[in-house]
Ligand binder design. Structure first.
Ligand code: SF4
Length: 316
């Protein structure tokens, strides 16, 4: 069986930074450190950090006063930051800089007097964080039908921002609907939203041209992994989202001459290796890597982890 790995796949710079922040906080301040929400959407990553002394909570009320507390890569609403401040928590913010950039764009549009519209998925932590970071009401649209249903006059000054991990194509269709609906509308270049989302989606499209079946390694609650799976399926290739090799169904690859594999931005490469092992148990495989973009993006760690041994200040 031929196996082709998409390039790039797996960890992006925002995920690497978030995991580094937890690991370095554990090394510098000692366990436990508290992490609000899964640091990234991958159970294997979370379990490995938990084994090193990280404690994952959904609500800051579960964190003892003064403890080191890390906000996940998805970002948090301002009210969460204020709650941390009120509790005297020492915060390290692992919000991906590209998510923080969307927060900044939204704030600038509010300052220009525009009604901000967020293109995203209801309930996703990044969407909750973004809506809670932009002062003034933010309207969420998930579909083109939501755009039609917006209760705003056509000449309302509006601006859109988007969830970073959406399919670029889906986003484009919704933005086109917004542009048809409103006469005074601005927004960022969607190709500039997140390099990692864009690159992984382009790579899976290339993979779909040659693969008979596509396996996407990633968690069920990982937005960007779900999008990769949808893109493979939209290209007409049966595509399956699997957490690791244990979820491989032999029937999916039984008659495939070429199995394509990619991984979501929060899936570690060891899980891709685990899927390769599961394929090897079915028979001999020959593994190649599809040529693709080489990523060199790196994000700096927070200053508190780069300097001496002092604890981070409480948020302000
Ligand atoms: S997918 Fe993009 S926005 Fe999300 S953590 Fe990675 S680099 Fe940041």
């Amino acid at each position: 069986m031929q196996v082709m790995l998409a390039q790039p796949r797996g960890f992006c710079a925002g995920v690497i930074r978030a995991i580094d922040i937890v690991e370095q906080a554990l090394a510098k301040f000692g366990p436990p450190v508290y992490v609000r929400h899964e640091i990234v959407h991958n159970r294997h990553v979370v379990e490995s950090l938990r084994a090193k002394g990280a404690r994952f909570v959904e609500n800051l009320s579960e964190v003892p006063g003064g403890a080191i507390t890390i906000f996940s890569a998805h970002g948090v609403a301002r009210v969460v930051e204020l709650d941390a401040q009120a509790r005297g928590l020492q915060v390290l913010d692992a919000t991906c800089p590209l998510v923080a950039k969307v927060h900044g764009q939204g704030q600038r549009y509010v300052a220009q007097g525009r009604q901000v519209i967020l293109v995203g998925h209801a309930g996703h932590p990044e969407v909750e964080g973004t809506m809670g970071r932009i002062s003034g009401p933010v309207l969420l649209v998930q579909t083109e039908r939501d755009v039609d249903a917006l209760d705003l006059a056509a000449d309302t000054p509006v601006a859109y921002v988007t969830q970073t991990t959406l399919s670029v194509d889906d986003t484009r269709a919704i933005i086109a609907a917004l542009e048809r609906r409103f006469t005074d509308i601005v927004g960022p270049d969607i190709n500039d939203i997140c390099y990692a989302t864009q690159n992984r989606q382009s790579a899976v499209r290339e993979l779909a041209k040659i693969a008979d079946v596509i396996l996407v390694v990633g968690a069920k609650n990982s937005s960007n992994s779900n999008r990769l799976c949808e893109i493979g399926a939209e290209a007409g290739v049966p595509s399956y989202l699997i957490a690791d090799g244990s979820e491989l169904d032999a029937a999916w690859v039984h008659s495939a001459g070429m199995v394509g594999i990619t991984a979501g931005a929060s899936a570690p490469e060891e899980l891709v290796d685990d899927v390769l092992e599961a394929l090897r148990r079915l028979g001999p495989i020959e593994v190649s890597v599809l040529p693709g973009i080489e990523e060199k993006v790196e994000f700096r760690l927070p200053a508190e982890l780069l300097g001496g041994r002092s604890a981070p200040a409480s948020v302000s």
